[in-house]
Design a protein around this ligand. Structure first.
Ligand SMILES: Cc1[nH+]cc(COP(=O)(O)O)c(/C=N/[C@@H](CC(=O)O)C(=O)O)c1O
Length: 397
């Protein structure tokens, strides 16, 4: 019956993380999956989220289906977080926001919507990009191609090449852009470069699809929404998927959203309607609990500042570990340049380590990086940074 079903090779990130979990070594170090671990190596339950959960559980009652588009309080809170409390596009009724099953669900719903209404459009993603972007959008039936992005020679951005490629892109191409904290490279556009990108998007009638999975891990919660607010202020229509997995440490609660900025309120009504239909065809309606935690944290005057301070602390700890690893490695291998750990931002750094070197790190030292050479800095802590540096020094020597 299923003889033709081929074996699953595993996911480059999630299956590696599962392998880490099964690894019996007590000195193993997980720098693979994009999860924030605290200095004790644990996934935190943020105090603001715990307090919200107490309130939500105290008020909890029946568990009805949510509307296809999700809970109204969640959707409103997301719009304020992404676009700002005084957003003109929100006030004009031009923004559609749906609650999704993680931002992965938002990407999928967005991809299905695009396939139906822009059937000949190509999806352009950065080279490289998050491992699952290509799979999600190809799963929607879209053709996925890349635009130049990462400069392996400098550890930075090939901005000119990126712009040239987008200037040559077919009209109505969809351009996937990481709003901040690029995965896997940690290399972001500057605000000036975002400003230079806008006229190219307009001239070529390109449709931006922003992925904002790490809001707060770059420069700050508001600062990391810069690209979203710039494109909205500049009158562009675009998509933005956002996640609370990392910013609220709610990974397994699957809390994300998809927003679409439309040209006018009338079109927004129909876009919302067809988003609902697309959701119904995918998973019918989103989960209740996690979204209510998010809505409570974002809207509660006591919990919101608590959460914002918690995000600062997570960002600062990652920055501290970036500096620590840079210093320890530089001391061990003085001739090598590890400055990319300091210039790259957010949760990841692109180490330039080969797949074979990553294999050695895992097999010989129990240090897990994604085979692309991506390192999740948030997996580093004061207890494992020396061992990590020793392992990297060994495979580089
Ligand atoms: C850019 C990006 N977008 C979306 C997601 C999915 O987020 P969620 O809201 O939980 O559905 C992730 C997750 N990335 C990490 C985990 C994973 O691969 O699923 C990672 O890159 O390790 C991203 O890195």
């Amino acid at each position: 019956m299923f003889q033709h079903v081929e074996a699953y090779p595993g996911d480059p990130i999630l299956s590696l993380n599962e392998a880490f979990g099964k690894d019996p070594r007590t000195n193993k170090i997980n720098l693979s999956i994009g999860i924030y671990f605290d200095d004790a190596g644990k996934i935190p339950m943020l105090p603001s989220v715990r307090a919200a959960e107490h309130k939500v559980v105290a008020d909890a009652g029946a568990r009805p289906y949510l509307p296809m588009e999700g809970a109204a309080n969640f959707r409103t809170a997301v719009q304020e977080l992404l676009f700002g409390a005084d957003s003109a596009v929100v006030k004009a009724g031009r923004v559609v926001t749906i609650q999704a099953v993680g931002s992965s669900g938002g990407l999928k719903v967005g991809g299905d919507f695009i396939k139906r209404y822009f059937p000949t459009s190509t999806m352009l993603v950065s080279d490289p990009t998050w491992d699952n972007h290509k799979a999600v959008f190809e799963g929607c039936g879209l053709t996925v191609k890349t635009y130049p992005y990462y400069d392996a020679a400098t550890g930075g951005l090939r901005f000119d090449a990126m712009i040239e490629a987008l200037k040559a892109a077919e009209k109505k191409s969809i351009v996937l852009l990481h709003a901040c904290c690029h995965n896997p490279t940690g290399v972001d556009l500057t605000q000036e470069q975002w400003q230079q990108l806008v006229p190219v998007l307009k001239e070529r009638e390109l449709i931006a699809f922003l992925d904002l999975a790490y809001q707060g891990y770059g420069d700050g919660i508001v600062e990391d929404a810069y690209a979203v607010r710039l494109l909205a202020d500049q009158g562009l229509s675009f998509f933005v998927a956002n996640s609370f997995s990392k910013s609220m440490s709610l990974y397994g609660e699957r809390c994300g959203a998809l927003s679409v900025v439309c040209p006018d309120a009338a079109q927004a009504v129909n876009v919302l309607g067809q988003m609902k239909a697309t959701i119904r065809r995918n998973y019918s309606n989103p989960p209740l609990h996690g979204g209510q935690l998010v809505a409570r944290v974002l809207s509660d005057p006591e919990l919101r500042p608590m959460w914002e301070a918690e995000v600062v602390a997570m960002r600062d700890r990652i920055q501290f570990m970036r500096r620590k690893l840079h210093d320890v490695l530089s001391a061990k291998l003085p001739g090598r340049d590890f400055s990319y750990f300091l210039t790259q931002r957010g949760m990841f750094s692109y180490t330039g380590l080969t797949a074979e070197q990553c294999d050695r790190l895992k097999e010989e030292f129990g240090v897990y990086l994604v085979r692309s050479g991506r390192m999740c800095i948030a997996g580093l802590n004061t207890g494992n940074v020396e061992a990590t540096a020793n392992a990297i020094a060994a495979v580089l020597s």
